[in-house]
Design a protein around this ligand. Structure first.
Ligand SMILES: *Cc1c(COP(=O)(O)O)cnc(C)c1O
Length: 442
């Protein structure tokens, strides 16, 4: 069998081991049938099987869910400047931990720390694998074996098993809960501080909102109390941003600079949420505390590699020129995209989508509201436009779009498939593959 000439091109494409593995499976499945010796049938079958192996598992998709920073779809799309920097770092040796001037060992944080300090006003900064790691590292360096006070309204679960009480336990801290789910007062924090208190931690309630009879104490209000009692004030901003989102007509999200300015000692936030960079956990704050955090042995285990550091540095540099940010950073560009422009995209695409679905569905343009996602304001607030596809068996149609060469991911609500076009970055590619749409009748 291995000598069958029609298998040669498969070996060329996939390599011997995968072809032999496919052949073994063929034999096992067809054993005892006449077909097992049919060379043409076997080659076709193996070719289809190998195509699956050769296709990357992580693939590009069109995120038309209406959630700009979709965690399951990879969060932020990087700026061209960051992509170029990452590719260069991948391809060559770099000055990752090398000081060119002195010709000696350097620090990997030195590539990003000056930018983070400039952009947030902090004295010191460092970066790790992601924000969950940042919180874990900060707590374990500054509060292991001691107490950390957190409001009951902020004991969040982010998803992916990131729960504040669990992280506290892993960091070796004792969680002291204060207040109630809906209301926590300054006096609650004050009463909880004792000789064993290491820190007060504020957590941005990223993915939910408490409404109604509520009260929480802002970080700025906690600063005098923390100072007076000599405890460290930590704030986990979650998404946290380096730019004023109001500039682009968006609601206010807390900036890292505001947290630093208000006097918070250590602030943590993500690199791939609103910041629009690669996955990373950024830590800024008082220099002596940052130095301790950066020299904790866990920092070594959680550090960033040269590729992400290159992308992060390039992303941070874009923030030095806020006037051009919306042009250069896809996250801000998508968030700031005017509804009228999105509507125009929807109307341009309508005939093509209608054409390909024909009698099977009704397709129209509808007004929708999208989300920022990734824990920034967990409510639908971005006025947008979508293609709305209504049909019996809407799941089949959604399956068909997901099976396209560049899978199209939408959102189904009320038996209607919505494609929010805010984040469609390549209309031509979207249209070009529509004739491959195959909707199995259901
Ligand atoms: C998202 C988030 C985290 C986790 O950040 P990752 O970068 O995903 O690890 C932690 N805390 C808050 C408040 C968040 O919103």
């Amino acid at each position: 069998m291995a000598g069958w000439p029609s298998l040669a091109p498969l070996v060329e494409r996939a390599g011997r081991p995968l072809v032999i593995e496919a052949l073994r499976t063929w034999v096992a499945e067809k054993r005892g049938s006449a077909e097992v010796a049919d060379e043409a049938a076997c080659a076709t079958w193996c070719s289809a099987r190998l195509a699956k192996f050769l296709q990357p598992s992580q693939r590009r998709v069109f995120n038309l869910t209406g959630t700009v920073l979709h965690t399951n779809l990879g969060r932020a799309v990087l700026a061209e400047e960051a992509i170029a920097a990452a590719v260069e770092a991948m391809r060559s040796p770099t000055t990752l931990e090398y000081d060119l001037e002195g010709g000696a060992r350097g620090e990997r944080d030195d590539h990003i720390a000056p930018w983070l300090c400039r952009l947030t006003g902090a004295e010191g900064s460092t970066a790790v694998n992601n924000n969950a790691a940042a919180v874990l590292l900060v707590l374990s360096e500054l509060a292991a074996g001691r107490e950390v006070i957190v409001s009951r309204g902020e004991l969040i679960e982010i998803g992916g098993a990131f729960r504040i009480p669990d992280i506290m336990a892993r960091a070796g801290c004792r969680l002291v809960e204060v207040g109630t789910t809906n209301r926590t007062h300054l006096k609650d924090y004050a009463a909880a501080i004792g000789p064993d208190t290491a820190a007060i931690m504020k957590v941005h309630p990223s993915n939910y909102a408490i409404q109604g009879f509520t009260k929480s104490v802002g970080a700025a209000e906690l600063v005098p109390l923390a100072r007076e009692k000599g405890v460290t004030l930590i704030e986990d901003l979650g998404s946290g941003t380096l730019a004023d989102l109001e500039t682009w007509g968006l609601p206010h999200e807390p900036t890292a600079r505001e947290a630093v300015q208000s006097g918070v000692d250590v602030v943590t936030f993500s690199g791939d949420k609103l910041l629009g960079g690669p996955q990373a956990g950024l830590i800024v704050g008082r220099k002596p505390l940052i130095q301790r955090i950066a020299s904790n042995p866990m920092k070594r285990a959680l550090r960033l590699d040269k590729v992400r550091l290159a992308a992060l540095e390039a992303t941070l540099r874009l923030y030095a020129d806020p006037a051009r940010l919306a042009e250069r950073l896809p996250t801000i560009r998508n968030l700031a995209r005017p509804a009228a422009e999105i509507r125009a995209v929807a109307e341009r695409l309508l005939p093509a989508v209608r054409g390909v679905l024909g009698e099977r569905a009704q397709v129209g343009v509808v007004e929708v509201r999208g989300q920022i996602g990734s824990g920034a304001l967990p409510v639908d607030l971005l006025p947008s436009f979508a293609l709305a596809i209504r049909a019996k068996g809407i799941d089949r149609i959604a399956d068909g779009f997901r099976a396209l060469p560049i899978p199209v991911i939408g959102r189904i609500a009320d038996a209607t498939l919505h494609f929010d076009l805010r984040t469609l970055d390549d209309e031509a590619a979207f249209v070009a593959q529509l004739d491959r749409l195959d909707v199995v009748a259901g």
